[in-house]
Design a protein around this ligand. Structure first.
Ligand code: ZN
Length: 258
């Protein structure tokens, strides 16, 4: 009897081992087979980054970026900005700048607008990898931006989207402009861009009728902006162009020309 049990146990042990070996080999072969038709990584479609369409989403992106106090900026760089010596320097002295390394400039900040769309296009701006490799030491950029203007910009994009228009036809011309850059670009002396509170946009064919015009496309944007900034904020209309300025100043301001 004992012999019989031992024999049964022994044979089942052998069977189990054989089963393990077979299953191991079959998975090995399976893996090999699966590896063969696999396409090289570079031919796989690039995963598209989701658009940022909530206020919390904007805060989340900003929350991950390192902030640097105005007085922590390199003194040479700080002097080149042009705040020093201005009577209204106090407006920037308590502020923090976002430190933007090249690696994150193509991250979505609002909708599919990238961080790079809000950066100053000055000598520190790096548009592509080739330039970056040439200028490793100056690969950092600093951005002063009021989160409120970003939230109001998102409100505008959501208005446009909900009404069935295409906000992808909007381009950002300017966002932050430090005083010296503002001066070079012909901005007004008290420009809200210097405090990161303003955005200039170019309105394309958002109503998708095949024509980019002031009467329809730009008017849609201006009407939405009036709904957003009822008691405060600036809106510049710039007739004869597709440009629109808006800012989050405390008082209400409207103008037709620069
Ligand atoms: Zn402007």
């Amino acid at each position: 009897m004992k012999k019989k049990i031992t024999l049964i146990l022994l044979s089942s042990c052998i069977l189990f081992t054989v089963a393990i070996i077979i299953s191991y080999n079959s998975t090995k072969n399976k893996d090999l087979f699966q590896n063969k038709p696999r396409l090289p990584n570079k031919s796989l479609p690039q995963k598209k980054e989701p658009e940022v369409l909530t206020h919390i989403g904007i805060d989340h992106v900003l929350g991950k970026i390192k902030k640097v106090h105005y007085y922590q900026l390199n003194s040479e760089y700080r002097n080149s900005l042009g705040y020093e010596g201005r009577k209204d320097k106090w407006k920037v002295s308590g502020k923090c700048f976002y430190e933007i390394p090249y690696e994150i400039i193509d991250k979505n900040l609002i909708g599919n607008f990238k961080i790079r769309d809000f950066l100053v296009k000055d000598k520190y701006y790096i548009s592509n990898k080739k330039l970056k490799s040439k200028r490793l030491n100056s690969s950092m950029q600093y951005l002063l931006i009021d989160v409120m203007v970003l939230h109001r910009f998102l409100d505008l994009l959501l208005f446009i989207k909900r009404c069935g228009y295409d906000y992808h036809k909007i381009r950002i011309n300017y966002s932050f402009r430090y005083p010296n850059f503002n001066l070079n670009e012909g901005g007004v002396i008290n420009s809200q861009h210097m405090w990161g509170k303003a955005i200039d946009i170019e309105v394309g064919d958002i109503n998708k009728d095949g024509i980019t015009d002031e009467e329809k496309d730009k008017k849609i944007v201006l009407d939405f902006l009036e709904k957003i900034f009822i008691k405060y904020g600036g809106i510049g209309r710039y007739p004869g162009s597709q440009t629109v300025h808006f800012d989050v100043r405390d008082k209400k301001a409207r103008w037709n020309q620069q």
